[in-house]
Design a protein around this ligand. Structure first.
Ligand SMILES: Cc1cc2nc3c(=O)[nH]c(=O)nc-3n(C[C@H](O)[C@H](O)[C@H](O)COP(=O)(O)OP(=O)(O)OC[C@H]3O[C@@H](n4cnc5c(N)ncnc54)[C@H](O)[C@@H]3O)c2cc1C
Length: 465
């Protein structure tokens, strides 16, 4: 076993004996499966993986990393775009076995283990007709998603996932377990709502839940991609009129060979409205009708559907092992120059799997603020230029497409960025994600909870030292 060379057999044995969960090392049969992240663009080889079963395991793993001087990566759902949830030659603290979910339907509260993914939480909360804002792809982990912010279909009505984080259990870099709630440490709770995994390992999340579904008006309507300019012009007017219950985005794609799209369109450019109404489905269909009325859609999949169905609608297109890179930002307005840049980028995308997302924010997201570290709430739209590939074409070409598109859009962007859509873009971009005031507050928290920056494989808030 390669790790034995680095750490020594007796040291490893002692670590394994103290771990309730499983220890996985290079050479073990399931090493490749366990170390694999969602993003196939990153192939990292930890010296050791601690699959934690509970909070004691997390403390044990942190203590071991410190005593052995191992670099630490923390894995929840494993969907980090820059691959921060693994590490070459270090210790991956894998929380994915921590799958507990407790729902109190009367109090409308869920207590959720750090290894849960959205499909699992949605299934349990929806049994009570409840939900909290989750991601667009249901295999995404609740942990990294919530700690970075969490934008999804319910956000304009119920806020970001982090806005619904009532309390958390956290293991700090020095191995203490702390309960974080408005009574114990409001400043740390503020930091966990958007500040990422910088302050420790969250082992349990407590969320507010809201009545949603189980049937919602939702889905997608697709138009010929040559109509992208018309669609975007319509969208900037329409988005300004929709109620908070309705969250929408425009997705510019090359049609995948999916059964829900007519075969003659496969491989051709399409532009889609995608949306979800968290309220009465009849009212939802009415609010969504204008998106269906531009005439001559290629496919119309908008209508009443189970909320869990909407949450899983695009899972198949974003399967584990996909290579992905994101370049993201916020738009104040969808001005004509931005529309021109979108249309050109859509037409010239280097990979047929790449997508351009223009997502309407506002609503409850814009009204939140003081209670969370999440960076930017005033912008009307978030954009995400997703360079994606399922083949062995030169991925650098696709990354450059996203970067070039970002540059073309730059005059219309605010300069901020959502941390969960950041790639590995350096310290200035992390600072830009929070703005100077929030960044300084986050650094003060980092000084308190992780002064040696043990948790640095993330969108890092460095201690001031
Ligand atoms: C296919 C796909 C779809 C996505 N869709 C959306 C979307 O709709 N909306 C949105 O907002 N974002 C979306 N994202 C981005 C997503 O929010 C981030 O990638 C997020 O970090 C994923 O969380 P995770 O637990 O799966 O990630 P992981 O890779 O496990 O973790 C990411 C980072 O979070 C930190 N972390 C994770 N768990 C813990 C913990 N328990 N304690 C402390 N730190 C921890 C670590 O720093 C880690 O490096 C998407 C990403 C992908 C790949």
């Amino acid at each position: 076993m390669a790790t034995q060379g680095v750490l020594g057999g007796a040291t490893l044995k002692e670590f394994e004996d103290g771990l309730g969960g499983q220890m996985v090392a290079p050479g073990d049969r399931d090493y490749d499966e366990v170390r694999a992240l969602w993003n196939g663009a990153h192939d990292l080889r930890p010296a050791l993986i601690a699959q934690c079963a509970d909070v004691d395991d997390v403390r044990h793993a942190i203590g071991f990393a410190r005593s052995e001087g191992l670099e630490v990566a923390v894995r929840g759902g494993g969907h980090s775009i820059p691959g921060y949830s693994s590490v070459d030659g270090g210790l991956m603290i894998d929380l994915s076995p921590m799958k507990s979910i407790e729902v109190d339907p009367e109090a409308r509260v869920a207590r959720v283990g750090a290894g849960v993914v959205w499909a699992e939480l949605d299934a349990v909360t929806q049994a009570h007709g409840l939900a909290v804002t989750g991601g667009l792809v249901s295999t995404t982990g609740i942990a990294g998603f919530t700690l970075g912010g969490g934008i999804g279909w319910l956000m304009r009505k119920h806020g970001l996932a982090c806005d619904n984080l009532r309390a958390a259990e956290l293991v700090t870099a020095d191995g203490r377990t702390v309960v974080v709630d408005p009574g114990t440490d409001p400043e740390l709770l503020w930091g966990l709502r958007g500040g990422g995994g910088n302050f420790g390992i969250v082992t349990s999340f407590e969320f507010d839940l809201h009545p949603v579904g189980p049937t919602v008006a939702a889905g997608a309507v697709f138009y010929d991609g040559t109509r992208a300019e018309e669609v975007l012009r319509f969208y900037r007017e329409y988005a300004a009129t929709v109620p908070d219950e309705l969250t929408t985005l425009v997705n510019m794609i090359t049609a995948p060979p999916a059964p829900f799209l007519p075969e003659e369109w496969h491989g051709r450019k399409l532009v889609a409205f995608v949306g979800c109404y968290s309220g009465d489905p009849e009212a939802g269909l009415e609010a969504m009708a204008p998106m269906k009325e531009l005439g001559d859609p290629v496919a119309d999949l908008m209508g009443p559907m189970p909320y869990v169905g909407m949450q899983q609608l695009i899972d198949a297109l974003w399967a584990k092992g996909t290579q992905a890179y994101m370049k993201a930002g916020y738009l104040e307005r969808v001005d004509d120059a931005a529309i021109e840049a979108f249309v050109t980028a859509h037409r010239d995308a280097s990979s047929p799997a790449s997508e351009i997302h223009l997502q309407h924010v506002g609503g409850a997201v814009a009204r939140g603020g003081e209670e969370s570290a999440f960076g930017e709430r005033d912008a009307e739209f978030v954009i995400n230029l997703c360079a994606v590939s399922h083949d062995d074409s030169d991925f650098g070409t696709h990354e450059r497409w996203a970067q070039d598109t970002y540059r073309a859009l730059e005059p219309s962007l605010t300069g901020g960025v959502y941390v969960n859509f950041l790639s590995d873009e350096g310290a200035d971009r992390v600072r830009a994600a929070y703005g100077a005031d929030k960044f300084a507050r986050l650094q003060a928290l980092k000084d308190r909870f992780d002064p040696t920056n043990l948790f640095h494989r993330n969108q890092n808030i460095p201690p001031r030292g």
